[in-house]
Structures are given as C-alpha cells and as structure tokens.
Write a protein that binds this ligand. Structure first.
Ligand code: PRP
Length: 286
C-alpha cells in the first residue's frame, strides 16, 4: 500500500480551472494536466486532482469523495453544504449582482417587486428578496442568464459580474450587489492519516498568498535621510540598510504590503529616496 493521498476537486472546465492549477504549481506541486482527463496525480506531492463540474464540487467534498475543493464563494452560499471554507485564494474575484435593462427607470430594490428575475443563483436571490421584503418571480436558468431580458424571458437578472462586459454587451446595468466572491479552498473531513499532508498544503498555500500581497522594496537614499525614510516604511520588521559604494548613500531594503506602497511612494521621493525598485516575492514564510 502506498502513501495515503489527499484528493482535491477542481473545476473541470471554466474560469477557475487555470488559476487553481497555477496556484498548486506555485505551491511546488506539479500536475500532469492531460486534456479530457478526469483525474490526475501530482508527481511530487501526495495529492490527486479530480476534475469535476463546478456545481458538483461542494456535494463531493461533503460526501468525502474529495477531501478538498476549489470553488467560488458564491457556490458555497448557493449549495449550503456541510463543508468548511478554509482559505480565500484571491483569484476569480467577482460579485453576485442584480442588473436591469439600461432604459429602465430603476429607483431602488422596490422596483423588483412582482418582476421576473432570471438567475442561476436562486438561493442567494431568495435571501436578498426576503431581506428586502420583496416578492418576485424567480426564473432559474443554468447559463446565458444575461440574455433573458433581451428575449422577453425576464425583467431583470441576478448573475455573477466580473469585468461587467457581459452586462454591457446585453444592454444591462448593475443595480444591486448581493455579495462579493472569490475562489476559496474548502474542506470536508480530513482523515487523521492525511492531517500532516493537509497542513503541509495549507502552509504552502499561505506562503504563496502572503507573497502575492507583499512586495520587496529597494531604494537608494542619502544617509542623513535614512532615519526619516525608515519611519515612513510600514515593513514587517526593521529594514535592511547597506552602504553604497558612493560615499554618503545607502541602499534600503524592506518588504511592504502592495496596497501600502502607493500611499507612501510620494513621501519616499520627497524624503530623497531614488532608484526605487518594487520586486515580486515568490514565497513568503512568516
Ligand atoms: C460568468 C457569469 C457572467 C460572466 C460575467 O459566466 O455568469 O455571464 O461570467 O463576467 P464579466 O462580467 O467579466 O463579463 P462564466 O463565463 O463564468 O460562465 P457560466 O455561464 O458557466 O457561468
């Protein structure tokens, strides 16, 4: 009997698949991704990948067919299964929204009362309508939802919006955001014999995610400004300061959260920082 293997379910086809495999790759896990393959083994980690239909993944994880899954958070709201959200993965960001034809005089959610709304997400939509004390006729359809108003099937849609281009092409305007969503790792029951492998995978994923949120920052600065520059930097720890070959100048290195970089860049320049470099980090172990 070989080493026990973790099983992770990912989307068979669709927008989450490529990023899910990429994330595993960044965790140092190589998977042979043959076309039309339904199952693949990682070569260098005790992990099997099951390629499944997106909407079936929560059920398979609940039933222990797969120990883990990568799905959109929106699907968790919709499927209401007994599985645990472990980690948001930072990709496939979108929102579940209600949109109506552009020419409509939409003044607020009350407009939806008594209307026909097409959606693939009836559970989330029902929740929204209930919360707003509204009654509407929900038309559940499994795809191409945005076409529904144009062909007279519905007055509004409730669907995922990412770039907004599908809404635009169908002459629809986003009016209500029910919630925001992104890809996440979900888990069912992890058998004891797989606990260590599971923890190892989580550790790798967290290191990759942490690295994505942070950047390595380098700059040159005159020595008499170093103290002020250090005060501006919101780094993890004290920055590294190294003398440059040019007398009176140093190189300052630190790691900062990418979001914060744009807030402080102007201040760094005003305090004499030059040659500022921002470099991606591959892995970050805290
Ligand atoms: C989703 C969603 C929208 C579209 C929105 O469909 O249902 O149709 O993406 O994206 P956009 O705002 O960037 O245009 P997806 O392509 O995931 O396929 P689906 O029809 O199977 O849901």
């Amino acid at each position: 009997m070989g080493q026990p293997r973790l099983k992770i379910a990912i989307q068979k086809s669709g927008r989450l698949q490529e990023d899910s495999l990429q994330m595993l790759k960044e965790c140092g896990i190589s998977i042979d991704n043959g076309k039309d393959q339904l199952k693949a083994q990682a070569r260098n980690f005790p992990l099997d990948v099951l390629y499944l239909r997106n909407s079936d993944i929560p059920q398979y994880v609940q039933d222990d067919v797969a120990h883990l899954g990568i799905v959109g958070e929106n699907l968790l709201v919709e499927k209401q299964k007994d599985i645990q959200k472990v980690l948001p993965l930072g990709f496939s960001k979108c929102r579940l929204s209600i949109a109506v034809p552009k020419e409509m005089d939409y003044a607020g959610p009350a407009w939806l009362n008594g209307k026909r709304i097409a959606t693939s997400y009836p559970v989330a939509l029902k929740g929204f309508l209930k919360e707003k004390n509204l009654t509407a006729d929900i038309h559940e359809i499994s795809g191409s939802v945005e076409i529904a108003p144009g062909i007279g099937l519905a007055d509004a849609v409730c669907d995922l919006v990412s770039s907004g281009s599908t809404l635009f092409k169908n002459n629809l305007e986003e009016k209500e955001v029910l919630f925001k969503s992104q890809a996440c790792l979900v888990a069912g029951n992890i058998p004891k014999k797989l606990e260590a492998t599971y923890q190892q995978l989580i550790f790798r994923l967290e290191s990759v995610l942490e690295a994505k949120n942070n950047k390595y920052l380098l700059m040159n600065a005159p020595n008499d400004k170093i103290e002020e520059i250090i005060k501006i930097l919101p780094g993890m720890k004290s920055p590294t300061v190294m003398p440059l070959a040019t007398e009176g100048w140093s190189s300052v290195h630190t790691v900062i959260n990418e979001q914060k970089f744009w807030d402080i860049i102007g201040k760094l320049k005003n305090h004499g920082a030059q040659g500022i470099l921002v470099i991606p980090i591959q892995k970050m172990i805290l």
